[in-house]
Ligand binder design. Structure first.
Ligand code: FMN
Length: 289
């Protein structure tokens, strides 16, 4: 299952063009969950209906975003501090649509106020269908280690499916998280950036098959080029290629001698530039052999 990045409920009800473009998906991406954020129950209801009409299989409510610009408006993880408002958001969303409503959240605002069990039980009582827990607090951001024991405690406290999330970087991590927490599913974030093959690897290992491992350089390049073509379809060549600069940094992480190609990545403006960049890198590798 794939989840969209969080989409503003305010932007959706105002029919903001950029916001609405974030709801696009391809049929082969199903099942698709669309994540929304906001703090007004009425706006959230309307946004959930828009998401359902857009064809989402699941609507997910964000209660985990730590970003200043979101929490300063009491959205994202800030909702963890306002249980009453959170309850009315859950009720409004569940009432608004027939598709399942899920919630993604953090363990609490800070280490003194971890309330993931309270929020999890509240969600279940309001008819939320599934929970994803990233067991860090808002104040810890991405620091330290995700505390997987919270996922286990949550799993024991509720009957709805629980997705475990946080610090999975290999197929073995996924196996370990399931073993240690008994979670129903795992969610992978950062480890997929520049390495989308992680999903295939985890899928194989969870099915008891051998880990296919990291693909070779040529396969990585062809995956990255396919990614660029899909981005171009969605955004147009120039905007997509600007977005690809960041992706190229991630895709080429750890490649031998890549640092001297970094400045070139920041000049990429077209699909041909990307192809040329990889050609130059590969030629140079061949000469070194
Ligand atoms: C660049 C970036 C963007 C993210 N955007 C979202 C988002 O829109 N919604 C969300 O629920 N989590 C978002 N997250 C958090 C991840 O979904 C995930 O909870 C977190 O990265 C921990 O999982 P990981 O260790 O597998 O990365 C984002 C994380 C990163 C690094």
């Amino acid at each position: 299952m794939v989840v969209t990045e969080m989409v503003s409920v305010e932007g959706m009800v105002r029919d903001n063009r950029k916001t609405m473009s974030m709801l696009r998906f391809r049929p082969e991406e199903r099942p698709v969950s669309m994540q929304v954020f906001g703090r007004n129950p009425e706006t959230l209801s309307e946004a959930c209906r828009i998401v359902a009409d857009a064809g989402a299989d699941i609507v997910d409510i964000n209660l985990g975003c730590p970003a200043k610009k979101i929490v300063s408006k009491s959205g994202g993880a800030a909702l963890l501090k306002d249980v009453k408002l959170t309850e009315s958001l859950f009720i409004a969303a569940v009432k608004a649509v027939r598709i399942p409503v899920s919630v993604k959240y953090r363990s609490g605002w800070d280490s003194e106020s971890t309330n993931f069990i309270e929020i999890g039980k509240l969600a279940e009582g309001c008819g939320i269908s599934m929970l994803t827990l990233h067991p860090r607090t808002r104040s810890s951001g991405f620091k330290g280690q995700a505390d997987w024991s919270h996922i286990r405690t949550l799993k024991e406290a509720v009957s709805i499916p629980v997705i475990g999330n946080g610090d999975i970087t290999s197929p073995q991590d996924a196996v370990d998280m399931i073993d240690q927490t008994r979670c129903d599913l795992v969610m992978i974030g950062r480890a997929a950036m520049g390495a989308p093959w992680i999903f295939r690897r985890v899928d194989h290992v969870l099915k008891g098959l051998p880990d296919p491992g990291e693909p070779g350089l040529e396969t990585k390049i062809s995956i990255c080029l396919r990614f660029a073509r899909l981005m171009i379809e969605d955004y147009g060549e120039r905007p997509a290629c600007f977005k690809m600069r960041k992706q190229l940094i991630w895709f080429t992480r750890g490649w031998k001698g890549i640092s001297k190609y970094r400045p070139e990545m920041f000049t990429i403006e077209s699909y041909d530039d990307i192809v040329g960049f990889f050609d130059r890198y590969m030629n140079c590798q061949e000469q070194m052999v």
